[in-house]
Design a protein around this ligand. Sequence first.
Ligand code: HEM
Length: 419
Amino acid sequence: MVNRTPLFTAGGTDVDLADPHFFAGDRFLEVAREARRRHPVAWTNPERDGFWSVTAYRPGREVLRRPDVFTSTRGMRLGAGAAAVAAASGRMLVVSDGADHQRLRPAHARWFSSRALADLAPGLRDTVDRRLRELVDRGEPVDVVADLALPVPSWVLFRMMGVPRRDWDELAALTATGFDDADPSPAAAAERAAAHSAVFAYFFELLERRRADPGDDIVSTLATADHGGRPLTDEEIVLNCDGLLNGGLETTPHAISGALLAFARHPEQWRRLRADPGLLDTAIEEILRHTSPPGHAMRTATRDTTLGDATIAGGDRVVVWLPSCNRDEEVFAEPDRFLVDRRPNPHVGFGGGPHYCVGAALARLELRCVLESLLGQVAEIREVGEPARQASNFLNGLRRLDVVLEPARTPATPTGPLR
Ligand code: HEM
């Protein structure tokens, strides 16, 4: 029998890290701080289908960098259904390792190269500028989750995937429903499953159309190119389209809305960035560290091993809590502060190792466009009421954030917004 102590008891025995509703409150970071200090690798939730919780940066990064010992092929998030994982394992990028992963990764990567993104950037800037102008002109509180943070990533990704404009809203809504794990009831689970099936059905149909009439988009490339010596199967293409929707639409919105909240709560950092837009790059990295949109990345041990002081048995699940790793005081000075000039900033917001986010450059571009546009148009961001957090241990971010965007009389630099 493997000894799995120490137990995760930080925050008291009522803390259930598998319960989405725990994350709708704001206790997680406080609980994680205590866990890092006492048991950075700890056996969690023993009475409820236990798993290892990694809350410290160094063991967390080690897990992400050793796919031979900590595999993604048995799922990368808590609560994913066994059947869904089995269907995607080895065929969808994020739940593949080794040769499968090496075959699938280049099929995605070309769409996120600096050349591909350079073509996309002017249209994206224009879209963000226009949308923000509308919001600023309203002159009243706006929910920046619904009106900015969700539409911007959807605009980019749907264009890249060649999804016709008329289908955007429906597909975005289905993706959100498919991932909304706040309600554990069988009825809600059935609704999630139906939403996933509808997304798959949509992409099977789009794939057929792109095969007949290929365009310059991700679906056409996946459908027509050889990857690792053979074309991808239809199931692989559709699974990876779903993976891109999840990767692109369930993360970047949280970074965008989280950035607005951070600047509303730290107005001196907004003034600092307005005074020196040369800090844009470090500000973007700080937003990624501070917001940490995926709440965790899960792995399964392929064999008995050790991690820090813990002895892990083959088959055990190991959950790396990314927002906690990004607040590790052994790596980040004053980790709870939001500092636009933080340097160095080796955050794990995009993960690490072979599964490092394939869309990282796109996410950074989206954040850059939003910040540039805000610098050009907004002098001050004021929070109105209390923001609502997502009830999810995976989607770490906001469901709603009302703010007033005070218009800027002059843009942040004498020459206008950065370009
Ligand atoms: C702020 C925005 C984003 C954050 C914080 C983020 C974070 C992450 C993290 C932590 C992982 C690693 C998961 C793991 O280790 O299991 C990951 C992987 C991935 N992300 Fe992102 N992501 C973002 C935006 C995007 C975008 C815009 C796309 C695409 C449109 C995308 C697509 C993916 C895909 C396909 C993977 C799997 C990569 C692989 O397994 O090789 N992500 N992302």
